[in-house]
Ligand binder design. Structure first.
Ligand code: 13P
Length: 247
């Protein structure tokens, strides 16, 4: 049985005042069936981890460097995130692939660093609208999966998030058939490489909100969500978590 995962990605949003949302979420959902993760900006990881201690919410980073330490101004290592109280790190988000030119090889190197530091890597994949329109979705997803997920990955240390680029922050979502087509494909591809492929959690991300969460969570091979905008408010993220617990 795969434990479901509701993951929030705050992106470049939030200041110390936003930590009250995490307290409100933990108060409203003290013992959810699903695992709950929030990935705030790096400035809030330590404070959030401190506030969340002993509760249901786990805390993650949004990126890490592939090296353990060194002359890399502005970067943060996986070991530093772990030291700050993080348990997970999002890697290869399409915004980092687009804004910072991250390649599959770089994402894979970062994932290796995350696993070495004892973090769970949440590795993101997804096609652009042009790629989908050209019928290339599964080809793109397959090559991102092959290139970004390291050999050391296993169900216990790696989560895969399918986030179609055109569905992120747009209010548009794929049809349930399109989601299950990709998630079933991911499951089959993982089975070619990993003995415990059945245990990997596969998250859907892109415009998940309280009103569409239940139907998405009823889709085959969807084990949770990676939520952007709707994770910023405890009420919305809590509603998504409740839908996941009920699925
Ligand atoms: P939205 O939920 O705001 O569409 O963002 C999805 C996402 O990119 C999560 O990583």
């Amino acid at each position: 049985m795969r434990r479901k995962l509701a993951a929030g990605n705050w992106k470049m949003n939030g200041t110390a005042a936003s930590l009250s949302e995490v307290e409100a979420l933990a108060k409203a959902h003290p013992a959810p069936k699903s695992e709950v993760l929030i990935c705030p900006p790096a400035t809030l990881v330590a404070q959030m981890a401190w506030k969340a201690k002993g509760g249901p919410v786990r805390v993650g980073g949004q990126d890490c460097h592939a090296k353990v330490s060194g002359a890399h101004t502005g970067d943060i290592s996986a070991a530093m995130l772990k030291d700050a109280g993080a348990s997970h790190v999002i890697l290869g988000h399409s915004e980092r692939r687009a804004d910072h030119g991250e390649t599959d090889a770089e994402v894979r190197a970062k994932a290796e660093a995350a696993l070495a530091a004892g973090l769970v890597a949440v590795i993101c994949l997804g096609e652009t609208e042009a790629e989908r329109d050209a019928g290339k979705t599964l080809g793109i997803i397959g090559s991102q999966l092959a290139g970004s997920v390291p050999e050391g990955a296993a169900a216990a240390n790696t989560v895969i998030a399918y986030e179609p680029v055109w569905a992120i922050g747009t209010g548009r979502t794929p049809t349930l058939e399109q989601i299950s087509e990709v998630h079933d494909f991911l499951r089959a591809e993982l089975a070619k490489r990993f003995a415990d492929s059945d245990g990997f959690r596969l998250l859907y991300g892109g415009s998940v909100k309280p009103s569409n969460a239940a139907e998405i969570f009823a889709t085959s091979n969807v084990d949770g969500a990676l939520v952007g905008g709707a994770s910023l408010k405890a009420a919305d993220f809590g509603a998504i978590l409740a839908a996941l617990d009920a699925a």
